[in-house]
Design a protein around this ligand. Structure first.
Ligand code: M6R
Length: 612
């Protein structure tokens, strides 16, 4: 939540900051602001999106080659001009931007009020900048030392940048629990919440670790120290990200581009890991942990949102393929419910962003109980990727649309590989079945390609249902998590109420909702307990519900029952989620566009949820 970007160097800072903010807007978009240092610290901010800020600053003094900017997802204080970042210290010599939550802000705030500080905003952030000013004036220390002392008093999560009027050649950045990456150019530095604002200027980056402070000075080397005052050597890494990967590439929305990237992203997530000719699967990232997983009494998968849905598919896959018991936990519940954990448990944390606060906390909990924690992350070098003992990256490429699409299918592809790897090591599958699954898996990208060709048909169905108020998504077995994911996609981007349910559970309650106004999306592919799903379709039809069915190509039985159908290629039952999810993503996308919703930036949401 919240995107931060900063620059110091020879160029004009404003264009760099504003284009950086546009790239980070997926992280929050309720207000935005910029601070530029020329003669003075100039702060401009407003409610709304980055485009509103761009309009607001027209005619203002935008000079300065030191600056920082922020796009906000509100936690403390409503989204408005006052609460937007940057925030000034009381004497206006310091300015701050912040991503995270200062949990003890109320205590610090009342202490500062007692010492005469006046607060302009309702944010937790403003506490920090007043505190730093207070330390500078009372202890007569340099700004970086004041930041260090202040951060020792803070409980919570932060990624901050501070600019001081009296030190025009310096910016200070620090992080704990919220991501921060520093781009190291020729005589210039960039700071951002992720690498997307940096990639067009340099591919040399330093990922700041928790409780580290970076002192970034024009014409000097980058210095890093911990909040306990220990110097650290900056570890410069090469970015593997290209500009084209983070642009829309001719698509109207990032979400649509990302849906269409799935043949490639699924393929990339399997490349070098699935060896069809040899009949083997290898996953280098968890090689050293294979035995540990095989010996595990159980695997606990923890994740949030779409990644949790992928985790449910993972449960079915790993139990089916490798006969290891699996439990799937919402990270937000797991972290607070005193779960029973043993040292021989393996915890698998799934996250696209690698920054989700609840999943990070679940990982910490599992590690503290001695469990082995492995990750499935998309963002290389992210907090979760670093907090886990080992892991497997999904190679989906940057996912910018807030609604997760290609990350889900990439996660499911990787979970399938994990299931197959464990089956291979444990010998739980006959070789012929194993090889058949490899062939089928290898064929998935081409099959997704075929599904994408159904766009016009799916758009026509979207047009019929774009104005409904409610909808139900039903599936059984492997298609139950697909139903959950289909419903989440629709509700988060179109604001239509949507419920995902196991189809057979319908008769225990949701069936009461069904009438001629209720569209019911059935994932009714011809595998698994298909006959039972047909019965569930009949039950809906008898109550006049409208049926939209995702069916296997050529399935005449469901065609006869459904009001609308979308035919997808056949595959092995356990691989169907990789296919059936795609038309549901497309259906949600078209409905949301027809309802004039902001598809890439749905209201109240942010791409990575770095607060609990
Ligand atoms: O980055 P993560 O995978 O950890 O994010 C988890 C959820 O916040 C995320 O999947 C969210 O539910 C998406 N908006 C779903 O489209």
């Amino acid at each position: 939540m919240c995107g931060i970007v900063a620059y110091i160097g020879p160029r004009d800072a404003y264009p760099i900051l504003i284009s950086g903010l546009r790239r980070l807007e997926y992280r929050g978009y309720d207000s935005a602001g910029v601070c530029l240092l020329s003669e003075d610290l100039n702060i401009y901010k407003c409610k709304g999106k980055v485009s509103d800020l761009e309009e607001y600053v027209v005619g203002k003094n935008l000079s300065g080659n030191v600056g920082m900017a922020h796009t906000r997802w509100a936690t403390h204080g409503e989204p408005n001009y006052i609460n937007a970042h940057p925030h000034f210290s009381q004497n206006k010599t310091l300015a701050i931007i912040h991503n995270g939550i200062i949990e003890n802000y109320a205590v610090l705030r009342s202490e500062l009020i007692n010492r005469g500080y006046k607060f302009a905003s309702e944010t937790d952030t403003e506490v920090l900048v007043h505190l730093i000013e207070d330390i500078i004036s009372n202890e007569n220390v340099a700004v970086e030392e004041a930041v260090r002392i202040a951060l020792n008093q803070v409980i919570g999560a932060y990624a901050i940048v501070i600019i001081a009027r009296e030190f025009p050649d310096k910016i200070i950045a620090a992080r704990k629990g919220s991501p921060m990456v520093i781009g190291v150019g020729e005589g210039e530095f960039f700071v951002a919440s992720d690498a997307t604002p940096i990639v067009e200027y340099t591919n040399n980056v330093v990922y700041l670790n928790d409780e580290e402070i970076a002192i970034i000075e024009r014409d000097h080397d980058l210095r890093i120290k911990t909040i306990r005052n220990q110097s650290q050597t900056p570890y410069i890494q090469k970015l593997e990200l290209s500009l084209s990967e983070i642009e829309k590439g001719g698509f109207d929305h990032f979400m649509l581009k990302e849906i269409y990237e799935q043949p490639r992203s699924i393929y990339d997530s399997m490349r070098g890991r699935i060896h069809v000719a040899e009949g083997i699967v290898s996953l280098g990232g968890i090689k050293d942990y294979e035995q540990k997983i095989i010996n595990a009494k159980r695997i606990i998968i923890t994740a949030c949102g779409t990644s949790w849905h992928a985790g449910l598919v993972g449960e079915y896959l790993i139990e089916d393929l490798a006969r290891i018991p699996v439990e799937v936990e919402y990270s937000s519940e797991f972290r607070y419910r005193n779960p029973v954990l043993y040292e021989d448990d393996v915890v698998l944390a799934i996250s696209q962003s690698g920054e989700t606060a609840d999943t990070l906390a679940a990982i910490d909990l599992a590690k503290s109980k001695g469990a082995t924690v492995l990750g499935i992350c998309n963002v290389v070098g992210s907090s979760i990727a670093r907090a886990t003992h080992a892991g497997v990256y999904t190679h989906a490429g940057p996912e910018i649309g807030v609604a997760s699409t290609k990350a889900f299918t990439a996660q499911v592809a990787v979970l399938t590989l994990i299931g197959l790897l464990l089956a291979q090591k444990k010998g739980t599958l006959p070789k012929s079945e194993f090889v058949k699954l490899l062939f089928e898996l290898d064929a998935i990208p081409a099959k997704v390609e075929r599904i994408l060709k159904l766009n016009d048909k799916i758009k026509a169905i979207a047009h019929i249902y774009k104005d409904v108020k409610n909808s139900l998504y039903l599936g059984r077995g492997y298609n139950f998590p697909v139903a959950l994911e289909g419903a989440l996609k629709l509700k988060e981007i179109s604001y239509i109420h949507a419920e995902g349910y196991p189809a057979a559970e319908m008769k225990h309650g949701p069936i009461a909702l069904i009438d001629e106004l209720m569209p019911v999306v059935f994932i009714a592919t011809r595998r698994g307990i298909y006959d039972k799903v047909i019965t569930n379709i009949e039950e809906v039809k008898a109550r006049k519900g409208k049926i939209i069915a995702i069916i296997t190509e050529g399935d005449e039985s469901v065609k006869r029952l459904a009001d609308h159908y979308i035919e997808i290629p056949d595959s092995e039952e356990m691989l169907i989620p990789l296919l059936a999810t795609v038309p549901l993503q497309m259906l949600s996308y078209h409905i949301a566009v027809m309802r004039n919703c902001n598809v890439d930036q749905p209201r109240n949401l942010a791409k990575s949820v770095t607060v609990e």
